[in-house]
Every structure is written in structure tokens, then in C-alpha cells.
Design a protein around this ligand. Structure first.
Ligand SMILES: [Zn+2]
Ligand SMILES: [Zn+2]
Length: 204
């Protein structure tokens, strides 16, 4: 169990903040953490008070929580955009100098930590569906620690991409839905028969 303890003791403070928010340490959170840190240094970003930073995540996994904490990106502010593609890829944009980077995970992951045999055994148990909850947690812990110890370039590709100005959080007036009467953003209303404008749940 040495590795788990080492990991917990040596965690950087900013990662601890992510864990506090997310609830646990897991490889997904580490992916987001690594991407946020790399983006901050490449794009010279500080935590976003408003919308100067925009994060586009191509998945809706644990990684997103680290982007929120470190980059100050949030769906509420409109500077966190989730694309449910199930891809471990992220684009981080800096509006102030109009630069952007896209990060995507490299294909092959190989555990390089000290507990190689144990990791291999847990990996097999997980793929065959026989792993216990405890084993799954241990596997996550080992993988998290291993990812944190790797150079960024071993885990992700980073590529500077063309900056495309993402729209600011949309503001629109509200109007009452013709069916339920609840106030709804006008841009989200759907035109139904006889020109009745209704909200999305009522349109189904
Ligand atoms: Zn998680
Ligand atoms: Zn309605």
C-alpha cells in the first residue's frame, strides 16, 4: 500500500483543491488537472474571473471538474463548453491574446510505476469484470499516481490550433411557454402547430 500513501502525501495543493471539489482522486480528474496546468503555462493563463478563458471539453467525465477549479471555467459563465463526444480531448482558448491549444490523449497507456505486477493483475480483473470495488479504487489510485509522475508529453498531444472566437454566454429575453406558461429563454422556444411557441419539454 506504500504507493497510495506516497501519492496522498505528495499531492500538490492545487490538485487537492480539485479533489475536494470532485470528491475523489481518479485518473479522469488527473487528465483534466494535467491539461489545465499545461494550458495555463502555454497560454499564460490565470484563473478566469470572467470569460477570458474558454475550455471546450470533448467529454463530460471527471476531467471537467479539474478544468472548472483550475481555469475558472463553468457552464454558468458560459466559458465551459461540453461536447459529448466521449473523447479524451480538450481545447483551451485565451480570448485576450487569441490563442488556443487542443490537447488529446496519446493512444497507448503503459503503467510505469513501482507496482507493475499489481497493476497488471487489477487491470485484467477490471477488463474481465471480476474486480471488487476495493480493487477498482486501488487501480484508479495507481493509475492516478502514475499519470501524475509522467511528463505531460507522454500522456497528451498538444497542438496550437486556430483561435475561433466562441460566442459569449447567450443572453436572451424570456417569454411564457404557450402550453405550461413557464418563462423560457426565447432562443430555446420551439414553434409548434398554429405558430404556438412552446418550451422544449412541452414540445415532445
Ligand atoms: Zn472521478
Ligand atoms: Zn412549456
Amino acid at each position: 500500500m506504500k504507493e497510495t500513501q506516497d501519492i496522498k502525501f505528495n499531492l500538490p495543493e492545487d490538485l487537492k483543491k480539485c479533489i475536494e471539489f470532485h470528491g475523489h482522486l481518479c485518473p479522469g480528474l488527473v487528465y483534466g488537472y494535467l491539461v489545465a496546468k499545461e494550458a495555463m503555462s502555454l497560454l499564460k493563463l490565470k484563473r478566469s474571473k470572467d470569460e477570458e478563458v474558454v475550455a471546450i471539453s470533448e467529454n463530460d467525465s471527471c476531467a471537467v471538474d479539474a478544468l472548472q477549479i483550475l481555469l475558472g471555467a463553468s457552464t454558468g459563465k458560459g466559458n465551459l463548453i461540453l461536447k459529448d463526444y466521449g473523447k479524451n480531448a480538450y481545447t483551451i482558448l485565451n480570448r485576450s491574446d487569441k490563442r488556443a491549444y487542443r490537447f488529446s490523449r496519446k493512444k497507448h497507456y503503459r503503467y510505469k510505476g513501482e507496482a507493475k505486477e499489481e497493476f497488471g493483475r487489477l487491470d485484467t480483473a477490471i477488463s474481465s469484470g471480476t474486480a471488487s470495488e476495493k480493487e477498482k479504487r486501488r487501480h484508479k489510485m495507481l493509475k492516478s499516481g502514475d499519470l501524475l509522475s509522467k511528463p505531460f508529453a507522454e500522456v497528451f498531444y498538444a497542438e496550437e490550433v486556430r483561435f475561433i472566437m466562441p460566442p459569449y454566454a447567450p443572453l436572451a429575453r424570456s417569454e411564457a411557454c404557450a402550453t405550461c406558461g413557464e418563462m423560457t429563454m426565447s432562443t430555446k422556444m420551439i414553434e409548434k402547430d398554429a405558430g404556438k411557441r412552446v418550451c422544449i419539454p412541452c414540445s415532445a
